[in-house]
Design a protein around this ligand. Sequence first.
Ligand code: HEC
Length: 138
Amino acid sequence: MTSRFLFHGRWVAVLLILVDCGDFHRGPAPDASTDVAPVPVGDGGAGAFAARVAPVLLANCDRCHHTGGSASKSRFVLTGDTMTDRMALLPLVSPANPAASALLVAALGQGHGGGAILRTDAAEYRTLIDWISQGAQP
Ligand code: HEC
């Protein structure tokens, strides 16, 4: 009968976690300085690159930033392979100062051959800066 009690206890714990996640999504943005644990589902946590970041880059940057494109000689050339593309991006991002990341500065048009592609109030910009500020995870 002890094991039966434990079984029920585990389901209660699972339910509590689910309820917590629901609150997390509805609540205000997490404070990055206190929220150090990897966030399994979120704007910029683990899994975000393939799910959210790569699609933004492919939709907004790939027309120039691909092999043979006008930006093919830059350090930022997309291949469509998420592992390769994330690794190539790491020198262009600054998790300690996300807004200063070369990737974002260029996307806003500063010193960028492609001009202004994104605005700071765009959802795409928010996706990129969230991902960078959470450590530019895979
Ligand atoms: C219309 C074409 C075009 C588009 C679209 C474009 N770029 Fe560029 N980008 C360029 C060109 C051309 C260069 C090379 C000249 C330069 O460094 O500005 C460049 C350079 C860069 C660099 C400098 C890379 C290095 O070698 O240091 C970054 C970072 C960058 N772009 C980011 C972006 C991002 C992020 C997007 C999408 C949000 C984007 N670009 C969309 C044309 C484009």
